[in-house]
Design a binder for this molecule. Structure first.
Ligand code: ATP
Ligand code: MG
Length: 232
């Protein structure tokens, strides 16, 4: 990380378990303000588990995790969201009977309740539609009548409604049509330009290269290496 960059997320010695099975082993990872960082690795390497562990969604986790200086190593997901962390899971859950506008209004992340004064943007549907023009073209469309890629966009847009500093994005390009993948990449770069940082799990090297500054490569719940995208 560039030393001039302020650390947003700092995880040290992160370990996590599902039941009795330890899945993550002493991960150290950081995300600086304004960065897009990729978590890469094969199926089962531990990418999703890492994002859930940061968010506080697992039965058991250990290690030191701070977010903008706040200790979140024992926080509930709700508390993490109030500090400005948002999580978009792999499975796209939109309300199929509700319109795009209604989906943005309900079931979103709890809104951030704290600011360090340097601000991440405050989102409105109108502002989001500049970032997601395809959603802006169908504000009254029910979630159930959208493509998988459009639903993926909607879940990201809904997470942004909580005004996060950092979005944890699990496999944004997975199973999404190429045209939407391209929009997704542009959307991530525009988010970065507007001051939102991103930690994404990604198996698609091409996509990771398009959007990320750095990558951590996971293997069996450990970081195999860590590099800038140019070095990979
Ligand atoms: P993918 O690319 O397939 O999404 P991933 O890198 O995100 O993979 P994880 O989902 O983090 O991998 O899984 C890491 C390990 O944890 C795997 O061995 C997986 O089988 C295990 N695992 C994942 N979810 C659970 C669960 N709910 N209960 C028990 N074990 C799980
Ligand atoms: Mg995963």
């Amino acid at each position: 990380m560039n030393t001039a960059t302020q650390t947003l997320l700092d995880a040290k010695g992160l370990r996590a378990w599902y039941g009795a099975a330890q899945i993550l082993f002493d991960l150290d990872l950081q995300v600086g303000r304004g960065e897009v960082v990729a978590l890469m690795g094969r199926n089962g390497a531990g990418k999703s588990t890492t994002l859930k562990a940061i968010m506080g969604m697992l039965d058991k986790r250990r290690g030191d995790i701070t977010f903008l200086g706040h200790d979140i190593s024992r926080s509930e997901p709700y508390h993490a969201a109030r500090l400005g962390l948002a999580f978009v899971p792999e499975d796209r859950r939109v309300f199929t009977d509700l319109t795009v506008m209604e989906n943005l209004a309900v079931g979103r992340q709890p809104a951030r309740q704290w600011s360090d004064g340097k601000g991440a943007p405050e989102w409105t549907p109108e502002r989001l539609f500049k970032l997601f023009p395809n959603l802006g073209e169908m504000p009254q469309r029910p979630g159930g009548r959208m493509s998988g890629g459009e639903q993926q966009m909607l879940t990201v847009a809904r997470a942004l409604m909580g005004n996060p500093y950092l979005v944890l994005l699990d496999e944004p390009s997975e199973g999404v049509a190429p045209v939407i993948v391209e929009q997704m990449a542009n959307m991530i770069l525009e988010l970065k330009a507007s001051g939102v940082s991103i930690l994404l799990s990604e198996q698609n090297m091409h996509f990771a290269e398009l959007v990320s500054d750095r990558a951590y490569v996971l293997e069996k719940g450990q970081i195999r290496y860590h590099a800038t995208m140019q070095e990979l």
